[in-house]
Design a binder for this molecule. Structure first.
Ligand SMILES: [Zn+2]
Length: 81
């Protein structure tokens, strides 16, 4: 099964990464407009270095999941404060 998000142009991919990580309805919009599933969005965001934080439910840059010792944490840095 191919991920419809990965068939988009770089410009469109950047738009969705930005939209999903900065807007609460970004993921819903993305599903409606591209036909992507939740799993495909998760995979696409991971490819673009964003992970879903289980505490705040936002897609956050992957590096915010690293602590001061560069070890991976379960939540983003904002939720660990
Ligand atoms: Zn968080």
């Amino acid at each position: 099964m191919s991920n419809p998000l990965k068939a988009l142009s770089n410009e469109q991919q950047n738009y969705w990464v930005d939209r999903i990580s900065s807007c609460a309805i970004g993921e819903s919009e993305c599903k409606a407009e591209t036909g992507a599933t939740v799993e495909e969005i998760k995979d696409f965001m991971l490819d673009n270095e964003h992970e879903l934080c289980p505490a705040c439910c936002w897609y956050m840059p992957s590096d915010t999941f690293l602590n001061e010792d560069s070890e991976p944490e379960k939540t983003c840095d904002e939720c660990r404060e």
